[in-house]
Design a protein around this ligand. Structure first.
Ligand SMILES: Cc1ncc(COP(=O)(O)O)c(C=O)c1O
Length: 420
């Protein structure tokens, strides 16, 4: 008997993974290689993060020199370091949030926990401590920390852990009227509404036209803070630096991670508006006793700075705008494949949703198609059990994009053919 793997994988049924690990050893641009030398097109950019693509020595070298200079210290209290100060200024200046301050952490789930605590504390500090409820959307994914789990709109992610964070409520993912109804029912008790500009892990679902400005109006009318979870959409994926810019609204807080460092070093952040930070900045305010050991880690912040340099220098957000119609055009014919219910995409984020009847008879169709895609040399993954993801690095070439979509199409045809 082979020794079992000692690596407990996240989001995995270990009984099935043990002995079948895909061990990746190298990445370059939109491609990755496994330990047996097989090459794959990375149609998911890791987990939606490798915006500048794999293998950027420029980021690795900059992080390396920072680590030799000052690997780490903390930024609690009055401590700071140069990369954290520089990245905070840069992100604050480029974000659409007015008069922003940036609170660093190590990933998206931590950013959501941080934003959740900031909004509740904000209302306590400003004389409305009864405003504690945080409202989120059906199909939402906000990570697996406590707040993100409780705010998830995907029951398989949320349920089965007892109560983590209380005072949460869920509304429809695409109907602002439902949000208005719930806010009115909870009259004066709601601290914030949180939503992804485009629902990501829940299935790459773009909002209906006019959805976000209407949500913004509903929140403003009731003085409810608006948290925009840009962990996937931030730093270019939807063809703007921030997804809220694409959809025409201005949140009070933005959570981000992934594309802020393209995943070279774990990094997350909460961008808070002047209004939100003001009571925390007050001379008389008690310290906000929240934050992780690695908040503002110098190496992570250098990775963030160089990543943004690359996105700007190579005009990679503009490249997403250029590639958006091509991805949509390449994906369109997949809608008529047997076993496919719908295809959708925005920016460089796309999903091929499988037919509900097929999934009802064969719930493993998604994972089967994902494995088949791998045999066709494409790494994709299954979103909410129902859709296959295509969200490549921004450096993807036209030919690579076509090959990614073709590989996933072939995998779907093969899988559905084997089931029929
Ligand atoms: C919208 C959104 N929020 C939060 C998270 C959690 O981020 P992390 O996995 O870095 O904790 C994710 C992860 O995919 C996400 O897509």
């Amino acid at each position: 008997m082979a020794e079992p793997t000692r690596l407990w994988h996240p989001f995995a049924a270990m009984g099935k993974v043990d002995g079948h690990e895909l061990v990746l050893t190298r990445g370059e641009g939109s491609r990755v290689w496994d330990a047996d030398g097989n090459e794959y097109l990375d149609a998911t950019a890791g987990l939606w993060f490798a915006n500048v693509g794999h293998g950027r020595a420029e980021i690795a070298d900059a992080v390396g020199s920072q680590l030799t200079k000052l690997a780490a210290h903390h930024i609690f209290g009055d401590h700071a370091n140069e990369p954290a100060l520089a990245l905070a200024s840069r992100v604050a200046a480029m974000s659409p949030v007015p008069d922003a301050a940036v609170f660093f952490c190590s990933g998206g789930g931590e950013a959501i926990d941080t934003a959740g605590k900031i909004v509740r504390r904000y209302w306590a500090l400003t004389g409305q401590p009864e405003r504690t409820v945080i409202v989120s959307r059906r199909f939402a994914y906000h990570g697996t920390n406590a707040y993100g789990t409780s705010l998830s709109g995907i029951p398989a992610v949320r349920d089965g852990y007892g109560q983590l964070v209380g005072d949460v409520a869920e509304v429809s993912h695409d109907d602002p009227a439902d949000l208005a109804r719930v806010l009115d029912e909870l009259d004066g008790r709601v601290a914030a509404f949180v939503g992804e500009p485009m629902i990501g892990a829940g299935g790459a679902i773009p909002p209906p036209d006019g959805y976000w400005p209407e949500v913004e109006r509903i929140c403003r009318d009731r003085d409810v803070l608006l948290i925009c979870d840009e962990v996937i959409s931030g730093f270019g994926r939807l063809g703007r630096w921030f997804g809220c810019e694409r959809y025409g609204f201005t949140p009070d807080l933005i959570t981000c991670a992934k594309g802020i460092s393209s995943g070279y070093v774990p990094l997350g952040a909460v961008i808070a508006s002047g209004r939100v930070r003001e009571p925390f900045w007050d001379e008389a305010a008690a310290p906000f006793l929240h934050g992780g050991t690695y908040a503002g880690h110098p190496g992570a912040c250098v990775a963030g700075l160089v990543n943004i340099d690359i996105l700007e220098r190579e005009q990679l957000v503009e490249r997403v705008v250029e590639l958006e119609p091509l991805l949509a055009e390449l994906m369109a014919p997949l809608a008529s494949l047997p076993g496919v219910a719908e295809v959708r995409s925005v920016g460089l984020a796309g999903a091929i949703e499988l037919d509900p009847d097929l999934l009802a008879s064969t719930p493993t169709a998604g994972p089967a198609a994902m494995s088949a895609a791998r045999r066709h040399g494409v790494i994709t993954r299954v979103l909410r059990g129902v859709a296959l993801q295509i969200s490549p690095p921004f450096v993807v070439t036209e030919d690579e994009l076509a090959a990614m979509v073709a590989g996933v199409a072939a995998a779907v045809e093969e899988t559905v053919g084997a089931i029929a």
